[in-house]
Design a protein around this ligand. Structure first.
Ligand SMILES: NC(=O)c1ccc[n+]([C@@H]2O[C@H](COP(=O)([O-])OP(=O)(O)OC[C@H]3O[C@@H](n4cnc5c(N)ncnc54)[C@H](O)[C@@H]3O)[C@@H](O)[C@H]2O)c1
Ligand SMILES: O=P(O)(O)OC[C@H]1O[C@H](O[C@H]2[C@H](O)[C@@H](O)[C@@H](O)O[C@@H]2CO)[C@H](O)[C@@H](O)[C@@H]1O
Ligand SMILES: [Mn+2]
Length: 442
């Protein structure tokens, strides 16, 4: 069986050990010959990489493991790039969340002004990765789950339309696991779903089991009572109270349109007043992640390095991330698995902008993806999506053209921002905070 060579871009990410271990765990179906980590922060990556190197030596000596900050070394002889970079790291995520809150506006990593600011930082970083991949391993595929995936996908489509990049998000995967759990199925793979939307902005409109039985009525009953909070399972390794609140709030999001099942992220757009009331402008999700996930991962890695062994260390595979192996297998082995991807609409949502990057089910094989047509969508969702897609397109245009006005328009158009004057105040603070990360705006 062919063995694959992978570079994990964002080697210093808090998700890297979980994904690297998951790749080993799944090597029976996706054999690996080489894993490299690549990051542009040498010190941060070194801690994660040295600990993983010890783990690999002890548990998979047959896999060639290395790490580097040199793009040529990283991207040469590669079949897949698994990209999860965070340009600006948590220090900038904190600003993305806190600046809007200063003005009474939702402060969130991928939604509203925070997502726009993060997008303006991510575009350059992702384009750089694509260019390295195309220069050093032109046959490779990039599986991207760096955020904000909606803006990143729009930018890559505009700037590198022919590149072999697939954008994917784990939120639908996670929610589908919860829905399967609600109806007593072992896995989401026992369901057939139809879904439409944008990334972090979508709805399930059909869910069947493999015999063709309609599961929507039973799932709706659960969501109407508890959102997704009644179905949190062991695969949720990082569930904290703030996430549980989000899963519970899906109940109220569902109530607005009980004909569909919503993505959790819609809470930020439907209930921005509630979100702001329940936010602490001095302590946001970035602070929570820095104090918990980041501290914990780096502590475990440092202990492994000090002891020189990973034996007995609480180092575990991220079971939840196996969707990335599904995607890699679909391409490597032409499995034709049905997966939700972020792709150009091109008629799949019949009554929607054909150039929009939409999140829909696709059949994935070695030649890429085929869209599954979702038909016409209702006026409510269409209206919301048109507004949001304009925000995403304006952000990308602002980045390409260096346009202050387009970015001000993007912020003004965001559903969570109350006025153009609030949008301007947030934008001006964000320009200051993002010096060195954003292109200069005129
Ligand atoms: N779509 C999904 O399903 C999903 C799920 C979880 C996380 N994510 C995303 O994964 C990414 C990583 O998240 P995290 O919380 O572990 O962040 P993190 O800050 O711990 O790690 C990100 C790493 O990227 C590196 N980096 C930044 N810019 C880079 C560049 N230009 N080139 C190479 N490396 C660069 C940083 O130095 C850092 O080590 C984020 O974009 C996050 O939003 C996506
Ligand atoms: O606030 P964070 O950094 O913990 O998470 C942000 C990411 O949230 C989503 O992924 C979640 C997942 O859906 C959730 O159930 C849990 O298992 O953890 C994942 C990662 O934290 C989202 O899809 C990502 O795009 C966000 O980056
Ligand atoms: Mn996501």
């Amino acid at each position: 069986m062919k063995k694959y060579s992978i570079v994990v871009a964002g080697g210093g990410s808090t998700f890297t050990p979980g994904i690297a271990l998951m790749l080993l765990e799944q090597s029976h179906r996706f054999p690996i010959r080489k894993i490299k980590f690549y990051d542009n922060d040498e010190k941060r990556q070194e801690v994660i990489a040295k600990a993983c190197e010890i783990y690999f030596k002890e548990n998979a000596p047959e896999v060639e493991f290395s790490y580097t900050t040199d793009p040529k070394e990283a991207f040469t002889d590669i079949d897949f790039v698994m990209a999860h970079i965070r340009v600006g790291k948590y220090e900038m995520r904190e600003k993305d969340e806190k600046i809007p809150l200063k003005y009474g506006v939702v402060g969130q990593e991928t939604c509203g002004p925070g997502g726009i600011a993060y997008g303006m930082r991510s575009i350059g970083g992702i384009i750089e990765l694509i260019d390295y991949m195309e220069e050093y391993s032109p046959n490779a595929w990039m599986l991207n789950y760096s955020n904000p995936a909606a803006i990143v996908a729009e930018a890559t489509q505009r700037l590198r339309p022919d590149s072999k990049i697939l954008n994917i998000c784990d939120m639908p995967v996670d929610i589908e696991e919860k829905m399967a759990n609600m109806v007593g199925l072992k896995s989401r793979k026992e369901m057939d779903v139809q879904y439409y939307g944008l990334n972090h902005f979508g709805w399930w409109h059909k869910i069947y089991d493999k015999e063709g039985n309609d599961l929507m009525p039973e799932i709706k009953k659960h969501v109407a009572e508890n959102g997704f909070a009644g179905a949190i399972s062991e695969t949720n390794q990082h569930v904290e109270a703030s996430w549980v609140d989000t899963f519970r709030k899906a109940k109220d999001v569902f109530a607005v349109d009980p004909t569909t099942i919503p993505n959790t992220y819609l809470k930020y757009y439907f209930f921005p007043d509630y979100v702001v009331e329940h936010s602490n402008p001095e302590y946001t999700r970035a602070n929570e992640v820095m104090e918990h996930r980041e501290k914990n991962i780096f502590k475990v890695c440092n202990e492994i390095i000090e002891k020189g062994t990973a034996e007995g260390a609480p180092f575990e595979a991220d079971a939840h991330a196996s969707y990335i192996v599904d995607l890699a297998c679909a391409i490597a082995k032409n499995t034709k698995e049905k997966m939700l991807l972020i792709v150009p609409n091109d008629g799949a949502i019949v009554n929607f902008d054909s150039t929009a990057m939409v999140e829909i089910p696709c059949i994935v094989g070695s030649n890429g993806y085929e869209r599954i047509v979702q038909g016409e969508i209702p006026r409510f969702q269409k209206g919301l999506m048109e507004q949001q897609v304009a925000v995403e397109k304006l952000t990308v245009e602002a980045w390409i053209e260096g346009s202050y006005y387009k970015l001000w328009q993007a912020m003004t158009l965001s559903k969570v921002v109350p006025s153009a004057s609030v949008a301007k105040s947030i934008l001006d603070d964000m320009i200051e905070a993002n010096k060195g990360y954003w292109p200069e705006l005129k």
